[in-house]
Write a protein that binds this ligand. Sequence first.
Ligand SMILES: [Zn+2]
Length: 193
Amino acid sequence: MSSQSSRQKGDDLVFPGERLGVIEEFVPNSGTYVEDGIIYSKIIGRALIDFLNKRVSVYPLIQVAKVPKVGSMVLGLVSNVQTENAGVRIFQIDNKHLSGIFTGILHISDVHLRYVDSMFDVCKPGDVIRARVISEKNRVYHLSTKEKDLGVVYAFCSQCGYMLEPKRQVMRCASCGKIEKRKIALDYGKGMV
Ligand SMILES: [Zn+2]
């Protein structure tokens, strides 16, 4: 089956302190440490043995498992907002936290089933947003919030930073009384982040 000289032992889950080999055999790489000539795993992850270069590494589980894909449900922090686009820093995919940073873009045509006038009525920097990945290009993830359970899940007053409460069609700050607009998810303010 394997005619390759390099091979991934991708399914081998290893734990801190687990023996991976000896330095006569392999070069210890990331996620490992050496004691008395023996290579151990430093972290919980998947061991990768590169037989071609004689290297052994351990990759953190999350990093291996979780990269946004088309169809993924993601949570992100709104980082910037312009009239037609919002930038989102994705920090969670399908309920799993990420170690890396992924950039998402929400375009105004993907916010709602109906027409939306301005992105400033959808979200603001600092809000937490739940969205679906609809396409990917050069590791930039295009997002949609058209479904009912998608949209802003936590929003904060742009004047005082207090969490906004939904009041009919608008959002109201319970602290300073400021009225703002958002496209909120059905379970706004109830989920765990
Ligand atoms: Zn306020």
